[in-house]
Design a protein around this ligand. Structure first.
Ligand SMILES: [Zn+2]
Ligand SMILES: [Zn+2]
Length: 191
């Protein structure tokens, strides 16, 4: 089963789609300091983070995501050398996606905020609940009870299985962020 969901940045300059395919995505939340620092870099914490400093994310394959409009407004940063590529919009300073810093890895994590749902009910129906919340030790205020303090070990076999399936299926390509293996924008390293 799969469902095509429209993507749109907060000012509607950038548009695209993500195909939510059963057993090929994870709905997670990340409260890590890197994601919080990134939101601070974009000077947009209030619109990006929830009250605990978390970001709601769907992790899936690059081949399942398309940017159809506004490509000129995409930029990329790395918080440190060899860090994740953090793709964002320059029109409204919203995160677009995280990828590995290589086009070969079949992984993209995109914020649920980009996804256009007609209602909370539709969102829950398509994405299901958040299945893993990580890095609660960085939570703003008290750590919520349903969040793991760090990255849970129990999740590693699932993500490895996902990666292996993606490698065999060549799901790294096409990607909205790499063309012939080269990033569509050069990453700016922040530190
Ligand atoms: Zn925008
Ligand atoms: Zn994070």
């Amino acid at each position: 089963m799969s469902t095509l969901v429209n993507l749109q940045c907060s000012c509607a300059t950038i548009k695209g789609t993500v195909n939510i395919v059963q057993d090929s995505f994870f709905h997670v939340a990340c409260l890590c300091c890197d994601c919080q620092n990134y939101a601070a870099h974009l000077k947009n914490k209030k619109n990006i983070l929830d009250e605990h400093g978390g970001t709601d994310i769907v992790q899936t394959y690059p081949a399942h995501m398309k940017i159809t409009q506004g490509q000129d407004n995409i930029a990329c940063v790395q918080l440190k050398t060899k860090g994740l590529y953090r793709w964002h919009t320059t029109c409204c300073n919203m995160p677009l996606a995280n990828t590995m810093n290589s086009s070969k890895i079949p992984f993209v994590g995109l914020p649920v905020q980009l996804m256009q749902f007609s209602s909370e009910l539709e969102k829950t129906h398509i994405l299901g609940p958040v299945t893993m919340k990580a890095f609660g030790k960085y939570a703003i205020g008290n750590m919520p009870k349903d969040v793991h303090a760090r990255f849970p070990i129990s999740y590693i076999p699932k993500i490895l299985g996902f990666m292996i399936k993606g490698m065999f299926g060549k799901k790294n390509n096409p990607s909205p962020f790499f063309k012939d293996g080269v990033p569509v924008k050069k990453a700016v390293i922040l530190s």
